[in-house]
Design a protein around this ligand. Structure first.
Ligand SMILES: *Cc1c(COP(=O)(O)O)cnc(C)c1O
Length: 424
């Protein structure tokens, strides 16, 4: 049994991510997870309504994944991936390439979503550099989120949290996310800007901007932007760290967009929530710009745990599950349930707006701004009391549950949201 009083012992030495400890000193001790459920040290259960930050889509401690990884542990745990290769990485490359958009041909491994994006950025910058072209600028969407390392922070939307680092950022210009009304003006402006030929790449979250409170945009306008980038040899970098592996209703959000990215960044659900790993994939053309007799034209980036065999095995097991009839029908079931729930609440006087892409559902609350500050904490506490783990972003509540969530568990999430709307 796990020891009790985790939250007291935690305070002594631990420093948590994205936390102002003076304002939020209490951490909840979690001792067990199974399927869509988390359990705290007092034994209370919570439905994991955000799949632990969009990772464990096939359920926590999934028996099939555990068995595969346990098997791999007996054979090969870790080995250098420079000069060596191994079966889990080779198999994963074969299986992942089969489900990625058809123009993706090469995979570069790293450890998390930030590094996957960081590598995508470095690929884009060096792609042009290797061809003797000076293109030091990157483009990104306003309000995007791409991670917390320097390159990834640079291409993310400006935020008060990044203030101390801004003067060290790489050169990034931000463009608004297009709507059917703004796309024409945006394309015109952009075409003028791109003629300077100094932009190396465009980083974007396709269809859904996760950290921007699940803001959603249309595939058609995005495709038009991407086509224009292609015309000026700006490499397009799709950050699918959040959207990847079924969440938008297709394997990848990019599957729904006619123009395919040059580079893709994957993590989170890639390893099904078991262990961390990132992958940056690219086209043959990007890879070829690094393929040379000159050693310095190679991509000299590497992490110690690159392509860890256990992580690759977890990813392979996850891909097998993603393609199973069971998971595919769960995805359709959750999409339909969300639509039904939406019809019930979208006209509620406390609901300002709702949106859905695949199994991602979000609703904005109609609240006065001065109550905004404590609202997030109040909402969070309400849901936790109800045994539902949701992390509201500002005045947005979103649901991104594991595919294995039962209809009854989904109803409990919806019920807790309806109750909150009445309490507001
Ligand atoms: C979470 C996330 C990242 C960063 O991934 P980490 O593993 O937390 O470093 C990057 N991009 C997007 C879209 C994300 O959702």
């Amino acid at each position: 049994m796990a020891s009790k009083n985790l939250s007291e012992r935690d305070k002594k030495h631990l420093w948590h991510p994205l936390t102002q400890h003076k304002l939020h000193p209490e951490m909840l001790g979690i001792i067990k997870a199974k399927g869509a459920m988390l359990y705290d040290e007092r034994g209370k259960g919570y439905i994991d309504g955000i799949a632990s930050w969009y990772t464990c889509m096939y359920g926590h401690c999934n028996d099939y994944i555990l068995e595969k990884v346990y098997g791999q542990m007996q054979e090969l745990d870790q080995v250098v991936f420079s000069g060596f290769t191994h079966e889990p990485a080779v198999r994963l490359s074969e299986e992942l390439i089969k489900i990625l958009p058809p123009n993706q041909e090469k995979l570069f491994f790293s450890d998390n979503g930030s590094t996957a994006t960081e590598i995508g950025i470095k690929m884009a910058l060096q792609y042009h550099f290797n061809q003797g072209k000076k293109r030091p600028v990157l483009l990104a969407f306003e309000g995007g989120f791409h991670g917390d390392t320097f390159g990834a922070m640079s291409v993310s939307g400006l935020s008060v949290y990044n203030g101390p680092f801004e003067e060290f950022f790489i050169d990034v210009e931000r463009i608004p996310v297009p709507t059917p009304h703004t796309i024409h003006a945006l394309l015109e402006q952009l075409e003028t800007r791109l003629q300077k030929q100094d932009i190396a790449g465009f980083v974007y979250e396709p269809l859904v901007q996760g950290a921007a409170a699940m803001q959603m945009h249309g595939a058609e306008e995005l495709a038009q932007l991407l086509e224009l980038m292609g015309k000026y040899r700006v490499l397009t970098i799709a950050d699918e760290v959040m959207t990847g592996f079924g969440k938008t209703g297709t394997n990848f959000a990019s599957d729904q967009i006619t123009s395919k990215p040059d580079i893709m960044c994957l993590s989170k659900a890639l390893t099904a929530g078991l262990v961390p790993m990132g992958v940056t994939s690219c086209t043959r053309e990007v890879y070829d710009a690094f393929y040379s007799d000159e050693i310095s034209k190679g991509l000299f980036h590497g992490h110690t745990y690159t392509a860890n065999p256990l992580a690759c095995t977890a990813a392979l097991a996850g891909i097998t599950l993603l393609q199973s009839d069971e998971i595919q029908s769960s995805i359709r079931r959750i999409m339909a349930s969300h639509r039904q729930f939406d019809a019930e609440i979208k006209d509620h006087p406390k609901v300002a707006a709702t949106r859905q892409t695949g199994i991602i559902y979000a609703l904005d609350l109609k609240v006065e701004m001065e109550r905004y500050g404590q609202l997030r904490d109040r909402l969070f506490e309400h849901f936790m009391d109800q045994g539902v783990f949701l992390r509201p972003l500002g005045n947005t509540i979103y649901v991104l549950a594991p595919y294995v969530i039962s209809e009854e568990q989904l109803k409990r999430i919806y019920g807790s949201i309806k109750m909150m709307l009445e309490k507001l």
